[in-house]
Design a protein around this ligand. Structure first.
Ligand code: SAH
Ligand code: SF4
Length: 378
């Protein structure tokens, strides 16, 4: 259990918040920017190391503030270099963060909620239920801790030599259900005095909360991935309960509005292939019709099973046929490689540790009923 602290956690502030806070301590704006750089660019968590800050300012910071990222319970390294952390976020809850190194980039997959309330049928986080939104400090703290430890492990001392070049909000939780804290964390990721990532190297993945997509576009139009997973309302209603509230026509309109804010961008449609459920060519055909007029790419994700999931992986030949169909119609279509599955770090396998506050048992029964329905229609 994390101990309660009365100190102000500076990881909760984006740049404007930090400037305002420092002004309340009687410090000028440029001091706040120096502080911001120490915290997020240099990944320093100890005020005594911030050598160009006046001693009196450092003393004030020591008395009133702290730089506290969530505490890692453990981290694991996969045979393919993927690394996963389990972070304690208090009261028995823990969330997961995954680092995926590739030749030309290093991607960090960050969690935004302790659990998730969206209840998608195929998702292990959804099965865990929901406890609470993560604070800004708990979201940006995952990046802060990962960058700091990866750099230390690799012996990197230049603060501009970054290990993490891309961030995806595709860990546990639905980012757009936690919009204010997610926006503050995104602003830090893009801030030149903090992580300095370009807008296109930061991706938010959503199950399709349309109003919040509009708000994100206004605030920080980063790259957007939309979890589509079915081409018709009939099927999507069954596997993603959110579709009953925001059906596909609304979701497609929201995607078009999002792109109006970022005209040269595209939406990445994520599409899990569930064996025998949504992986037939008729689904690919319907998909092409659905996304007409939207600049987009597809990322196909072969379903990653987890205990009690009641769903199965697609056949490799069906994945290939689905991909070829979309490519032949002019869509850039990738198939997501499974990384880190020896440490349960693959998509949809992140389960953390959640003290569910919702009607989990009832929901599970409901999900079982839907799975039975899906088996019947196969
Ligand atoms: N809540 C957001 C982001 C987190 S989920 C969203 O739903 O988009 C990140 C991605 O992993 C989503 O595309 C999600 O649908 C996918 N995913 C969930 N469970 C999975 C599973 N068992 N196998 C493969 N991908 C899964
Ligand atoms: Fe939540 Fe995303 Fe999992 Fe659905 S897929 S339950 S929205 S984390």
């Amino acid at each position: 259990m994390t101990e309660q602290s009365l100190k102000v956690n500076l990881l909760d502030f984006d740049r404007d918040g930090l400037v305002e806070y420092c002004e309340s301590l009687g410090e000028k704006r440029f001091r706040a920017i120096q502080l911001l750089r120490w915290i997020h660019r240099h990944c320093v968590g100890d005020f005594s190391q911030m050598t160009d800050l006046a001693k009196a300012f450092r003393a004030k910071l020591e008395t009133n503030c702290e730089i506290r990222a969530p505490h890692p319970i453990w981290d694991k390294l996969s045979a393919d270099g993927t690394r996963k952390w389990l972070f304690d976020v208090g009261n028995g809850n823990a969330v997961e963060t995954v680092f995926i190194p590739e030749d030309d980039r290093g991607t960090l997959c960050v969690s935004t909620q302790a659990g998730c309330a969206m209840g998608c049928l195929f998702c292990s986080t959804g099965k865990q239920g929901f406890n609470r939104n993560l604070k800004t400090s708990e979201i940006i703290g995952q990046l802060w801790h990962a960058e700091k430890t990866l750099r230390e492990d690799m012996g990197i001392t230049d603060p501009l030599d970054r290990v993490i070049s891309n961030v995806v909000l595709m860990g546990m939780g639905e980012p757009l259900q936690n919009l204010d804290n997610v926006i503050a964390a995104l602003k830090l990721m893009l801030d030149d005095n903090a992580y300095g990532l370009s807008r296109r190297r930061v991706t938010v993945s959503t199950c399709g909360l349309t109003l919040q997509m509009d708000k994100l576009a206004e605030a920080v139009p980063v790259a957007l991935a939309v979890s589509l997973h079915a081409p018709t309302d009939e099927l999507r209603d069954q596997i993603m309960p959110i579709n009953r509230k925001h059906p596909l026509a609304d979701l497609m309109s929201a995607c078009k509005r999002y792109l109006a804010h970022a005209p040269r961008d595209y939406i990445t449609f994520e599409y899990i292939l569930l064996g025998g459920v949504n992986d037939r060519l008729e689904h690919a055909r319907a998909l092409v019709k659905l996304v007409q007029g939207i600049s987009c790419k597809f990322n196909l994700i072969p379903f990653n099973p987890f205990p009690d999931s009641d769903l199965r992986k697609p056949e490799a030949s069906d994945v290939k046929a689905f991909q070829d169909y979309l490519i032949n119609r002019g869509f850039v279509t990738t198939v997501r490689k499974t990384r880190g599955d020896d440490i349960d770090a693959a998509c949809g396998q992140l389960a953390g540790n959640i003290k569910d506050k919702t009607r989990r048992a009832e929901r599970l029964a409901e999900q079982k009923a839907r799975a039975t329905f899906l088996k019947k229609v196969q």
